[in-house]
Design a protein around this ligand. Structure first.
Ligand SMILES: [Fe+2]
Ligand SMILES: [Fe+2]
Length: 200
């Protein structure tokens, strides 16, 4: 990497804006504007869906599920057009729109090695945990004749050990994210297999 993604700050948005959540329609509008790459759009929809499902599995109310959904849905929104400004650009956009600071912080900490912001809240940690793993499991589904059907945790683990498979996916980040979330990688894989959005 020949340029720095470091955000060089630790405060995002304003506490006064807690509870300001855009509608799903507005989030999709923003994504339609910013993201021409359909694979990237699908990645964000997959991560958003996992986040929503996870919040639901924890028994959180619909507003919190929506908060989690938005964090996943928007986390890479600037990657298509402004990769060098990832994820500064989307954070600035959401600050301008006075969005809930919890979304901003989750987005800012989805790659601690790159952005220099540690995931703190459960939502921060789960976004970090699902991001790479979701993409990895999806890549695995694409090479299986039956796609997601009959996919096993052990099959995903075997591919994780095979460094030539989906080589761009950082195994280090997957392990680090699981450790930070305090969840075994196997359990995360299970959740992704069971809840991953297969198509839109
Ligand atoms: Fe990202
Ligand atoms: Fe991502």
């Amino acid at each position: 990497m020949n340029h720095s993604y470091l955000l060089n700050r630790q405060e995002f948005g304003s506490q006064e804006h807690i509870g300001n959540l855009m509608s799903l329609e507005d989030a999709m509008e923003l994504l339609k504007d910013w993201v021409k790459n359909e694979k990237l759009l699908f990645h964000m929809q997959q991560v958003g869906h996992l986040m929503k499902k996870y919040a639901e599995s924890r028994g959180y109310d619909p507003a919190i599920q929506h908060l989690w959904h938005l964090s996943g849905l928007l986390h890479d929104a600037d990657w298509d057009q402004w990769p060098e400004q990832h994820c500064r650009r989307i954070i600035e956009e959401l600050e301008t729109r006075q969005m809930d600071p919890r979304i901003l912080r989750a987005i800012a900490s989805h790659g601690p090695r790159y952005f220099g912001v540690e995931p703190e809240s459960e939502m921060d940690k789960m976004l970090y945990a699902f991001d790479e793993l979701s993409g990895f499991v999806h890549a695995y589904s694409l090479m299986r004749p039956q796609g997601y059907d009959g996919m096993e945790v052990s099959g995903v683990k075997k591919r994780l050990k095979d460094k030539t498979f989906a080589a761009q996916v950082s195994r280090e980040d997957i392990a680090d994210a699981a450790a930070k979330a305090g969840i075994a990688v196997e359990d995360l894989i299970r959740f992704v297999i069971d809840n991953q959005l297969r198509q839109v």
